[in-house]
Design a binder for this molecule. Structure first.
Ligand SMILES: Nc1ncnc2c1ncn2[C@@H]1O[C@H](COP(=O)(O)OP(=O)(O)OP(=O)(O)O)[C@@H](O)[C@H]1O
Ligand SMILES: [Mg+2]
Length: 312
C-alpha cells in the first residue's frame, strides 16, 4: 500500500511547495515511483510549478481542478460528470509516473460548507454541530482520494500556510507529514503551532476515529550558512532538535539556490530542469533520506506486530 504524505507548516514561505514538487519528481525520476501531487492551496503554487499558466487556464475552464471534486461532495445533487481520474493530469513535466491533481484559486466557500453542514445537522436531528463538522473534515479528502489511492506509491499533499479545512482534512487522511522550516524563530514557532494543532485534531476525533498521522521529519530549507549567519542558524536548529528529538531532524538541508526559484519559469522543478545545482543535489539526497526514514518506521512497525503476535 502507498503512502499519503502532507507537507505542512503554519508559517508561509518556508519551502513547503518547493519541497513537495521536487520530492515528488525525485521519487518518480530516481526511484520509479508512481506519485500524485495534490495542490491544496488556492495560491496554486504546486500546480504552476508543474504546468504552465496557459495549460492551467484551459483546465480551469473545463472545470478539471480539485474545486470540482470538493463541490461534488458539498453539493451531491450536482450530479458530477467528471471523476477524479478525468481530473488528474498524468505525466506532468513529461515524466511518466508523475501526476497532478490541479488546485484552484477558488477551492471552496466556507459559508456554503457551514450552511451545508448545519442543514445536515438539522436533518439528522444532531445537536452536536462539532461532531458533524469533524466528520466532514475527516472524510473530505479521504473520499476524494479513495478511487485512486491504491494506484500510487506516494500521494503528496501540498498544504496552504495556516490551518484551514483542507489542511485539517489532509492531516486526518495522511500517514505522515513533513515539516519544512527555515532556521528562524518565526518558522520554528510555525512548527510548534502545527504540532499543537495536530495533537488537538487527534484528540477531538478520538471518540469517532483514530487519526494515525506521524511526523516523518523536519527539513531545514533555505539555510545557507556564511560566517555571519552560520552560528545563529545552528543555535536555532539545536533548539528544534532539543524540542523534537534528533531523530526527527533530517540531516539533509536545502540550501538557498536561485536555480530552485528560477525553475518555476520553466514549469518544472529544479531537479528536472537543472539537476546539477546545489539545490537539486540536496533534494535528491533528502528524498533518499526520507525513504530511509520510511523504511525504518516500517521495520519498527513490523517488529511491534511480531512481538504482539508472539505475546498474544
Ligand atoms: N532552496 C531554495 N532556494 C531559493 N529559493 C527557494 C528555495 N526554496 C524555496 N524558494 C523560493 O521561496 C519562495 C517560497 O517557497 P515555497 O513557495 O516553496 O514556500 P511555501 O512554504 O510553499 O509558501 P506558502 O506558505 O506561500 O505556500 C518561492 O518563491 C520559492 O521559489
Ligand atoms: Mg506553498
Amino acid at each position: 500500500m502507498g503512502y499519503v504524505i502532507a507537507t505542512a507548516n503554519m508559517k508561509g514561505g518556508v519551502g513547503k511547495t518547493t519541497l513537495t514538487v521536487n520530492m515528488a519528481t525525485c521519487l518518480t525520476k530516481n526511484y520509479g515511483k508512481r506519485v500524485l501531487v495534490l495542490d491544496l492551496d488556492s495560491q496554486i503554487s504546486a500546480t504552476l510549478s508543474l504546468m504552465s499558466p496557459v495549460d492551467f487556464a484551459k483546465l480551469r475552464k473545463q472545470r478539471r481542478t480539485l474545486r470540482y471534486l470538493i463541490d461534488d461532495i458539498i453539493n451531491p445533487s450536482s450530479r458530477a460528470k467528471l471523476t477524479i481520474r478525468d481530473i488528474i493530469q498524468a505525466q506532468v513535466c513529461n515524466l511518466p509516473g508523475l501526476d497532478l491533481l490541479p488546485g484552484d484559486i477558488d477551492l471552496y466557500d466556507e459559508f456554503v460548507v457551514s450552511e451545508m453542514l448545519h442543514q445536515q445537522a438539522v436533518n439528522l436531528g444532531e445537536n452536536e454541530f462539532e461532531t458533524i463538522w469533524n466528520r466532514f473534515e475527516r472524510v473530505l479528502l479521504g473520499k476524494i482520494l479513495e478511487p485512486i489511492r491504491e494506484e500510487y506509491d506516494f500521494i503528496i499533499l501540498d498544504c496552504a500556510p495556516g490551518y484551514n479545512l483542507l489542511t485539517r482534512s489532509a492531516l486526518a487522511t495522511s500517514n505522515f507529514y513533513i515539516l519544512p522550516a527555515k532556521p528562524e524563530p518565526l518558522s520554528v514557532v510555525g512548527i510548534q503551532l502545527l504540532e499543537r494543532r495536530i495533537a488537538k485534531l487527534k484528540e477531538s476525533h478520538e471518540h469517532e476515529a483514530k487519526i494515525d498521522i506521524q511526523m516523518l521529519g523536519i527539513v531545514f530549507t533555505m539555510s545557507n550558512a556564511n560566517f555571519l549567519s552560520g552560528r545563529y542558524y545552528k543555535q536555532v536548529m539545536q533548539r528544534v532538535s532539543q524540542d523534537f528529538g534528533e531523530a526527527k531532524i533530517c540531516q539533509t538541508q536545502i540550501p538557498t539556490d536561485v536555480n530552485v526559484a528560477k525553475a518555476v519559469d520553466s514549469f518544472m522543478p529544479v531537479v528536472l530542469n537543472n539537476s546539477g545545482t546545489a539545490g537539486s543535489k540536496a533534494f535528491f539526497q533528502l528524498t533518499q533520506e526520507l525513504l530511509q526514514k520510511l523504511e525504518y518506521v516500517e521495520r519498527e512497525k513490523q517488529q511491534r506486530t511480531n512481538l504482539e503476535f508472539a505475546t498474544s
